[in-house]
Design a protein. Structure first.
Lengths: 276, 772
């Protein structure tokens, strides 16, 4: 007998009009994923580990100046440039739409990092060190990466797996613990929210700029945006024209064809700066 | 084992069964074929976790949290989705409560000073008899000449500490380096309310904020962020419009649709000029009695002194800033503010931290009356008082006048016992108060600190009795600002202290002392949990609110399980009447700001200090995640930086990473230069929070002295009417030291910025509102 596992395709939608750059996602990610403490030297050497980071872009000069924030994390590309260059298949694409890193296969060539257009892969230049007492906080669901290997955003796969185990295999409702009828055992958006199965950054984001769900989940907040994004890709494929001025949906570096599973919603700008 | 034919067949058979079993466990064939025979470590989910509801104590707004605990260790903090103020969301600061819990520099046992005061030389002692006895003797001898300094307290701990202080005949003062006293006074004068109001950003269409960095640090940022998200892109509503009027380009200003760089201290004048336009053009909301509000003809005349034509040059507005005539800009701003109702005006931060801060804030909040936003949907919502008669719903905090007096009392020998909990006034007060010297030189003074960490004040202690941190202890909170109705949050211990630590709960120690000193009549509880339980029983007896229970025990369990109790029907006043002639009164108080320090000159600047996004006023300086969280704008970590305009920097020959000396008439500090396009030409900004001299390595001065405390150079200008520190009222001189360091920032980590290959608009795309 082969148990059928339920299919998912995960996706994230980042609403730039909601993002305030507050860093809640950044710290939440570090707490969840056993990311080494970023010392001053790491920043000075430009080797800080931030699986999700807030980039800030200046536009204009005083007094007509703007700053814009964008959270950047692994885009979990469908056509990921990092995957084919790994000589040991340590990075691969799984059928849930995630780009995955197998730590104990990685030999640290850093080819993937070189090939990633989003600069979201981090190499462990040092053995991660925590003061003894702080190690009590480390998340037992997440491997600590050793020196010499690559790491990156996993979409908090450990939280998704826990959700799949609790809801799809054990059939337990998150808050009540009631049994779910076998036919309905598919992790949905509400259960992810209530059972803490959303990625840590999404769960923390105070403005709800980050949204995450199964791309096909009708009850989730991402489906309509992914439908639109996929349609854009189809249209472009057919040689058609996408009316950029009338849609908020876009993907980062669309033109290089990586087809990310993270999509962005444009920031609304009532007073654009005039370009010189 | 010898390999025989029989053995071989047996093992081969087992292997085949295993392969079938693997299928049965649900590994997809696809993964076995092309992915990995070695399962990802993340696929192996083992063990079960528990989530406990509690409260976050890394900032005064006190969010409801849930804490994930596995095998007796706290692993993760998240927002409590049920808790009404933050609704499941957190700020970056909340997460770091875990690092306070498992901090390597926690004080393990009680300690007694063994070297000169402030030398950081201590010897460990035992709680019984040494620690407790010393405390009891000190209280017995000098309780009546004691001052207890704590963090701002509300709820039952507030009640306990007040009663304890009065029982021993001493004084209690709450300490906050950047206090809200001026805001409270303005709210009292304008709205006659004793607790801070809530702002209904969710339903607002226009936010006009003066100096309040409400998305980052001001009052209750998590709640405001949540509302802001809805304000921008909430379902079923139009996108709101947001203007920030601020002398610094803060994170909040960066998110505004328009930032108006005002000359520091002229925010109140701008607010009155908007009021003048609204009144003269008859733009007020329907039903607003302008005549009473403004104060008749004399009020209108008073307002006419604040015409945009007069105020625009005073506030330093230029056509470049406003994209045309500043007067027209102000008029249009007033028109949009009045027509896009519900609209809301808020003020705080640097606008209230000037000598004329109280006038500024009153003028700003009074605008809400003109547009009918007081008490209504999308406007200012008021909070009810405490559900218990005697438990305080808002924290009282000492002003700079109080601290100057306390320092004087210590110097004169009038204060003989200083009790410290959760406050670091030596770091958080301007150097000119000379608190450190006063404590160091007072021979008759005995200092007891209940801090679990060494900081600049606890290092001066004679006796350190380490408290439990919040995740190990009981507590409660009356949310301030609440969401417009009564909310009580409960804090429960989610883990026990680790075996190598021996802290005792501060409220428990106070209750023990009260009994030993014969003060049971005022403080009859055996421990703090019993006191909280009594509060819970009283709530149960009220028979209202979010928890239904048939017995007091069931109520208590549900209270802990849900992390609190709230009653949506027990709201604050739906509206308040403005005092007659409010605008005339406010206009009568109008003055410009007074600046102390270095005078005007080409190398002198307005100093606009600001609360650090994660460290706040330094309260969280010892938590490495928060030190390493990049500032949203400069992206600097770990260091003290100074933001100055890039054109100004070029004129002075200053490059990024240069160490600058910033000098007032009091003292000077060093800070790393961060030239930015977003600073006004004559304003420099330095974050509060760094530059601790003692304690954890994460918090203290680091090699190269790149961490300094901007408090050291602040002039002691007071806010008129509240006696608070006007922390934005200092002018400074800036010079190069000739030294330079590598700046520790995130900017440039990613190659798009580093090489400049990718223009911003390719990464952050924008869209016009009409198409969104």
């Amino acid at each position: 007998m082969v148990t059928k596992r339920i299919e998912h395709k995960w996706g994230m939608v980042v609403d730039l009009d909601r993002c305030t750059g507050c860093q809640a996602c950044v710290v939440a990610c570090q707490a969840e994923n056993n990311i080494p403490l970023n010392s001053k030297a790491y920043f000075q050497q430009r080797r800080a580990y931030e699986w999700i980071r807030i980039e800030r872009y200046w536009e204009g000069e005083f007094p007509n100046v703007k700053a814009k924030f964008i959270p950047i994390l692994c885009q979990h590309c469908e056509n990921a440039p990092c995957e084919p260059v790994c000589p040991v298949f340590a990075t691969y694409h799984n059928d849930e739409g995630m780009n995955v890193q197998i730590y104990n296969r990685c030999i640290g060539t850093r080819y993937c990092s070189v090939n990633c257009p989003y600069t979201v892969r981090f190499f462990n230049f040092w053995e991660p060190v925590w003061p003894k007492r702080l190690r009590n906080q480390l998340n037992p669901d997440v491997t600590i990466r050793t020196r010499g290997i690559m790491e990156k955003c996993t979409f908090c796969v450990q939280r998704l797996r826990r959700g799949e185990v609790n809801i799809e295999r054990r059939g337990l409702e998150p808050l009540t613990g009631e049994r779910i009828p076998a036919a309905d055992r598919k992790l949905n958006y509400r259960q992810m929210k209530e059972g803490n199965h959303l990625p840590a950054c999404v769960q923390a984001c105070p403005t709800n700029a980050l949204n995450f769900a199964d791309q096909y989940d009708e009850t989730g907040p991402v489906k309509k945006h992914f439908d639109e994004a996929n349609e854009q890709i189809e249209t472009r494929h057919r040689g058609g024209h996408v009316d950029e001025a009338h849609t908020r949906v876009y993907r980062l570096f669309e033109e290089i064809g990586t087809k990310p599973n993270v999509i962005y919603l444009k920031k609304v700008e009532p007073f654009p700066l005039e370009k010189a | 084992m010898k390999l025989t034919r029989r053995n071989f067949l047996a093992w081969a058979g087992l292997g085949a069964v295993g392969a079938v079993a693997c299928e049965g466990f649900g590994i997809r064939r696809g993964e076995l074929d092309i992915q990995s025979p070695v399962r990802l470590p993340e696929d192996l989910v083992r063990g079960s976790d528990n989530w406990y509801a509690s409260l976050c104590r890394t900032c005064p707004s006190c969010e409801g949290i849930v804490v994930r605990v596995m095998e007796g260790r706290a692993k993760k903090i998240q927002g409590n989705p049920l808790y009404p103020t933050n609704q499941g969301k957190t700020h970056a600061r909340c997460e770091a409560g875990l690092q306070a819990l498992y901090h390597p520099d926690r004080i393990a046992t009680p300690m007694r000073r063994s070297g000169p005061r402030g030398s950081d030389e201590f010897v460990p002692i035992k709680w019984q008899p040494d620690g407790i006895d010393s405390l009891r003797n000190a209280l017995r001898a000098n309780g009546s000449s004691s001052v207890m300094i704590t963090e701002p307290l509300r709820g039952h701990l507030g009640l306990l500490v007040e009663r304890f202080a009065s029982a021993i005949g001493g004084e209690h003062l709450g300490f906050e380096a950047i206090d809200n006293n001026t805001l409270r006074a303005a709210v009292k004068n304008v709205f006659q309310q004793d607790t801070l109001p809530d702002f209904d950003f969710d339903n607002s269409r226009f936010i006009l904020s003066f100096g309040a960095d409400f998305l980052s640090t001001w009052v209750s940022p998590t709640r405001y962020n949540r509302g802001y998200g809805e304000f921008r892109q909430g379902e079923g509503r139009d996108r709101g419009m947001f203007y920030q009027i601020d002398s610094r380009f803060s994170m909040t200003a960066a998110n505004a649709d328009k930032w108006l760089p005002v000359r520091p201290g002229w925010e109140g004048h701008l607010a009155l000029s908007l009021a003048q336009v609204i009144v003269s053009e008859n733009l007020q909301a329907r039903g607003v009695d302008v005549d009473t509000l403004v104060g008749g003809d004399s009020g209108i005349q008073a307002l006419n002194n604040f015409r945009p034509e007069t105020v625009a040059p005073l506030a330093g507005l230029t056509p470049e800033m406003t994209g045309g005539d500043p007067v027209e800009f102000l008029k249009n701003l007033a028109r949009s503010f009045a027509s896009n109702r519900p609209s809301i005006a808020i003020g705080g931060g640097s606008a209230g931290a000037q000598s004329n801060g109280l006038f500024n804030l009153e003028a700003i909040y009074a605008l809400n009356f003109l547009v009918g936003s007081v008490g209504g949907k999308g406007g200012v919502r008021f909070n009810p008082g405490s559900p218990w008669d005697d438990v305080p719903a808002s924290s009282k905090v000492g002003s700079l006048e109080d601290w100057t007096r306390v320092a004087e009392q210590i110097r004169s020998g009038k204060t003989k016992l200083l009790l410290l909990h959760g406050a670091d006034p030596v770091h958080g007060l301007p150097d000119s108060v000379r608190l450190r010297d006063a404590i160091a030189q007072a021979n008759d003074l005995f200092v007891v600190s209940f801090s679990p960490f060494i900081d600049d004040t606890s290092v001066m202690a004679d006796l350190i009795l380490p408290d439990r941190v919040s995740l190990e202890d009981w507590g409660d909170d009356i949310a301030e600002p609440g969401p417009g109705y009564q909310v009580v949050g409960m804090q429960q211990p989610v883990v026990n202290p680790l075996g190598d630590l021996d802290p005792l709960s501060f409220p428990d120690v106070l209750l023990t002392m009260a009994q030993e000193l014969g003060k049971e009549s005022q403080l009859p509880w055996a421990n703090f949990k019993a006191m909280l339980r009594e509060g819970s029983d009283a709530l149960f007896a009220m028979n209202r609110g979010s928890i239904e229970a048939s017995s007091a025990d069931e109520f208590w369990n549900n209270l802990l399980r849900r992390g609190g109790w709230w009653d949506e029907r027990r709201t604050g006043p739906a509206g308040v009447n403005a005092p007659d002639g409010l605008f005339r009164t406010i206009a009568g108080k109008a003055t410009g700001p007074d600046f102390a320090g270095i005078g005007m000159g080409s190398d002198s600047f307005y100093l606009a200090p600001f609360a650090h996004n994660t460290l706040l006023d330094g309260y969280n300086g010892h938590l490495p995640w928060l030190q390493a969280a990049p500032d949203p704008l400069s992206t600097v970590t770990w260091q003290t930086w100074v933001e100055l305009n890039d054109v100004t920097a070029k004129r002075m020959g200053v490059k990024e990473g240069d160490i600058l000396r910033i000098e007032s008439s009091k003292d000077s500090i060093r800070a790393v230069a961060y030239p930015t396009p977003a600073a006004p030409l004559d304003v420099i900004s330095v974050p509060f929070g760094q530059g601790r001299k003692h304690g954890s390595d994460y918090a203290t001065d680091r090699p190269g002295r790149e961490s300094s405390n901007v408090m050291d150079i602040l002039e002691t200008t007071l806010v008129k009417g509240t006696g608070s520190l006007a922390w934005a009222g200092t002018r400074v001189r800036v010079s190069k030291t000739g030294e330079s360091v590598s700046i520790s920032k995130l900017e440039g980590n990613a190659r798009a910025v580093e090489i400049g290959l990718t223009p911003a608009e390719k990464i952050i795309k924008t869209i016009a509102p009409e198409n969104a």
